[in-house]
Structures are given as structure tokens and as C-alpha cells.
Design a protein around this ligand. Structure first.
Ligand SMILES: [Zn+2]
Ligand SMILES: [Zn+2]
Length: 500
């Protein structure tokens, strides 16, 4: 097999080289045929065995597991990576050799990546595989840095290459001329970078929220997350500044800038909510307006994001009409319209309606003012704090802070103590009874368990109390969140109070 290579190196005449190629190919073919025919029986049975195995797997586990298994067995991404890197390295060696020979400028070397790196769909796939492993380790590194254990967030190694590949298909990267291809590749890389930054923001945001909500005040835990956030704010600004200096406005630059601005905005929203929660944690009094402020900040952010979604859709439509209109772009635009515009509008509207109905329900409940002689001899069963100004009374005669009950009502319609409907028709009111054991057991056991564990800096799984998260319905974590007391006797006393 190596004979033609030797022939190439020692510079044999071209006809001799061609003959060598043919001879070496023929030898290889004959060798393969002889081997196969000698072991024909083995070949036949192993093929049949593989076929039966695949058929069996398909019947038992379905096509998805079969494909996944095959994917793992043939190490497809690894094969692609090795292929691409070897090809790149070989061509780099040849290019350096050629540059030395011709004494040409080194500038050509830069364009080399685009010439050989993505000149066909296969090489684009190889490049995606390389990007996949880079993104994977980048994602893992950042997760470790900010101290997140979210399994879902490890998908960066999957998201980035898919995005790169789709972008390459969408812009017809491999079909372009070499010089154009380099420019196109750089542009795609910029878009990919902003997308990855958005993804990283998606990873840091929950950590930031959990840190602020759990009142952990260790600098070591906060600093990395804040650092990444600041980085996410500064990098897009730098990127768009640099790009604006070198390029005139076109649809691509517009898209990158819009992505950057959107990212900055998201970071600002996250940091503002974080600051609000930190301020709330710093003062021990109940901050009644906090929930509203968080809601305003978040909804402003969401509305602007939504507007950006529409602008990007318009930008995409413009590109499709006047620049390049491929089927893939059309598909991507449909996906964009569904996920970034339709779903976002739907969720925003749902949150808004949830809030409105919750407020309406609260206002329909009777209010008891706290008088001088301390009329309400009880604590709110949600936050275990005393009533300072007033309390709302449910039809089942349980007392809550209006704010606490409202947050609860985002999650569900029943009383947290006794699981009876909070908001009901008048005729049903008469049949309600007092709390039963079941109703008391749910929130209190959780809190009790936490106290027995007795960690001073108890870190809860951290759910910000804003509306989006609350609707998930994590009632147990949620009830435990605002509890500060640490003495078991106090708890037992409180439990008795509540049962009364
Ligand atoms: Zn309360
Ligand atoms: Zn009740």
C-alpha cells in the first residue's frame, strides 16, 4: 500500500506512479477477495448473525435504541474527528512545504482551514465532530467552575455541532469558492459563538437564582457565577464593537448584534433579580413588594426578548427573500417562529393570567387586620412568620400572609394546610371542615426533616420564587425555603399551634 507514496516522494515519472497506484489497488482488492473467500463460511455467518442481532434489537427495543447502540459501537464522532484532524494535519504539512518552496506569503495559510477544512459535507461533519468535543469540554469546565450539577446542561457538546452543521447547510458553506468560504466560515463562527454564550447563560442563570434564593453568603460560591455573568455581559459587547468596526451593516451583522444585545439584556435581568433576592436576604423583614419587582423585571426582559424574536424573524425573512432562500432556512425559520415567538408568547400570557387570577382569588378572601391586643395568635403556615399587618383567611379558617398565599396559588388551587379548595362557590363553604392530619403533614414533615439534619448553612435546591419557577409545583422545597428557625422545641411548639 505504501509503494505509491514512496513513488510520489522519490519523484518517479507520472506514468510510473499511475501504474504503481493501479498495481497497489489491485493487490489490495485481490488480497481482500482471497481472504474473504477463504473464510467465506465465517463471513457468511457473522453477517447473518449481525443482521439477526439488529433485527432482534429493532423488534425488542425499537429503532431509536438500535441507532443509538450502533452509533456508540462504530464511534462515529471519533472516526469523524480522527479523519478531519488527520486530513487537516496532512494538508498543513503539505502547505508548509509548498509555502517554503514557493516562498509565498504566510497569509495563505490562514485561508487554508476554510479550503480544506469544510470543502464537502463530509469534512463539515468532521469539523462538527471536532467542535462537539471542544464544546463538550468547555461546557463541563464551566459547569464545574460555577458549581452546577444540572444533568441537562451537559448538552452543549450536542447543541454546538448541530448548530454549526445546520448553519453550514443553511449558508451552503461547502459549495462556496475558497475565498468566500473563509468569510462565510468566520461569520458562522461568530453566530455559533453568540449561540454558545446564550447557552452558557442558560446554565448560569439557575445557579445564580438558587444562590440568591438560598441565602448562602459564601464568597467562594458566588464569585465564579458572577464572574461568568460579567464575562457574558462584556464579551458580546466587545464582539459586536469589533465586528462593527470591520464590516458594513448586512443581515448577518444585524443578526449577530441582535443576539449580542439580547444576551446582554438577559444577563442584566438575571443580575437584577439576583440583586433583589440578595437585598431581600440581607434584611430579615418580609419584603412584600419583592415578588412584584421580580415579576416586573422578568416580564420586561421577556417582552424585549419577544420583540427581538420578531425582529430576528423579519431579518430571516429578508435574508430569505433577497439573499439566499434555501429549504433549510425556511425550516429553521418555522422552528424559530414556533419556539422563540409562539411558545414564548404563550408562556408569558399564561404567567400573566396565573398572576391575575391568583390576585383575584386572594382579594376575594376575607382579610383580618392585626390589632393592638394581637388578635391573631398564630403564624403564617407557609413562612412561619408572625402577622404584622394583616392576614387572609381561607374558607377552611387557615391564616396566611396574602403574599405567601398568592405564591402558593400560582402552584395550585388548594389550601396548603388542608388541601381544600381555597376559592369556591358559596354553597360549598358550609361543608368545609378544619384541617386534617394529611394536610398538616405535607409541609411540616419536610421542614422538620431539614431541622433535624441541622446544617447551619442549609442549601436548598434553590428555586427563585418568581412566577415561572413557581408554576412547576415543587411545593415541598418551596415551603421549606423561607424558614429560618433552628430549634426543635420551637418547631414542636409551632406544630402544636398549627394543629390547634
Ligand atoms: Zn407568610
Ligand atoms: Zn385549609
Amino acid at each position: 500500500m505504501l509503494v505509491p507514496v514512496v513513488g510520489f516522494i522519490v519523484d518517479l515519472p507520472i506514468e510510473v506512479q499511475e501504474t504503481l497506484d493501479i498495481i497497489s489497488g489491485l493487490l489490495l482488492a485481490i488480497y481482500t477477495t482471497v481472504c474473504l473467500s477463504l473464510r467465506f463460511k465465517w463471513f457468511y455467518y457473522s453477517t447473518k448473525y449481525t443482521f439477526l442481532l439488529l433485527k432482534h434489537m429493532y423488534q425488542v427495543y425499537g429503532v431509536q435504541v438500535m441507532l443509538e447502540d450502533a452509533w456508540k459501537k462504530i464511534h462515529f464522532p471519533d472516526v469523524l474527528r480522527v479523519f478531519w484532524l488527520t486530513r487537516l494535519a496532512t494538508q498543513a504539512v503539505f502547505l508548509v512545504y509548498a509555502v517554503k518552496l514557493a516562498n509565498a506569503s504566510a497569509g495563505e495559510a490562514a485561508s487554508f482551514l476554510s479550503i480544506s477544512g469544510c470543502d464537502s459535507t463530509l469534512t463539515v461533519l468532521g469539523m462538527s465532530a471536532v467542535i462537539s468535543s471542544i464544546a463538550h469540554y468547555l461546557g463541563l469546565g464551566i459547569l464545574a467552575f460555577i458549581g452546577s450539577t444540572e444533568e441537562e446542561d451537559k448538552r452543549l457538546g450536542f447543541v454546538a455541532p448541530v448548530l454549526f452543521f445546520i448553519l453550514a447547510l443553511q449558508t451552503g458553506l461547502s459549495g462556496l469558492k475558497p475565498e468566500e468560504r473563509l468569510i462565510r466560515l468566520c461569520r458562522n463562527m461568530c453566530l455559533l459563538l453568540t449561540a454558545i454564550l446564550h447557552f452558557i447563560h442558560g446554565m448560569t442563570d439557575p445557579v445564580l437564582m438558587s444562590l440568591s434564593a438560598s441565602h448562602v453568603s459564601s464568597f467562594r460560591r458566588h464569585f465564579p457565577v458572577l464572574l461568568v455573568s460579567v464575562f457574558l455581559f462584556v464579551l458580546p459587547i466587545l464582539l459586536s464593537c469589533v465586528l462593527w468596526q470591520y464590516y458594513a451593516l448586512n443581515t448577518w451583522l444585524f443578526a449577530v448584534t441582535a443576539f449580542c444585545v439580547e444576551l446582554c439584556l438577559k444577563v442584566v435581568v438575571s443580575l437584577t433579580v439576583y440583586t433583589l433576592f440578595m437585598i431581600d436576604g440581607h434584611y430579615s423583614v418580609v419584603w412584600e413588594k419583592l415578588d412584584d419587582y421580580v415579576y416586573y423585571v422578568r416580564s420586561t426582559g421577556s417582552i424585549i426578548e419577544f420583540i427581538f424574536g420578531i425582529i430576528m424573524f423579519g431579518n430571516g425573512a429578508y435574508t430569505m427573500m433577497f439573499e439566499s432562500g434555501s429549504k433549510i432556512r425556511a425550516c429553521m425559520m418555522c422552528l424559530h417562529a414556533y419556539f422563540n415567538i409562539y411558545l414564548q408568547a404563550k408562556n408569558g400570557w399564561k404567567t400573566f393570567m396565573n398572576r391575575r387570577t391568583a390576585v383575584k382569588k386572594i382579594n376575594s378572601l376575607p382579610e383580618v387586620k392585626v390589632t393592638e391586643d394581637g388578635e391573631i395568635d398564630d403564624v403564617c403556615a407557609i413562612c412561619y412568620q408572625e402577622f404584622r399587618t394583616s392576614a387572609r383567611v381561607t374558607p377552611c379558617h387557615h391564616y396566611f400572609h396574602a403574599l405567601c398565599l398568592r405564591k402558593w396559588l400560582y402552584i395550585q388551587d388548594t389550601c396548603p394546610m388542608c388541601h381544600q379548595k381555597v376559592y369556591m362557590e358559596d354553597e360549598a363553604k358550609e361543608t368545609t371542615s378544619f384541617s386534617n392530619n394529611n394536610g398538616v403533614a405535607v409541609p411540616n414533615e419536610e421542614v422538620g426533616q431539614d431541622l433535624v439534619d441541622g446544617e447551619p448553612e442549609r442549601e436548598l435546591d434553590g428555586h427563585d420564587l418568581s412566577e415561572e419557577e413557581s408554576t412547576d409545583g415543587d411545593e415541598e422545597e418551596w415551603t421549606a425555603e423561607q424558614h429560618h428557625s433552628n430549634a426543635e422545641e420551637e418547631l414542636i411548639h409551632e406544630l402544636d399551634n398549627l394543629r390547634d
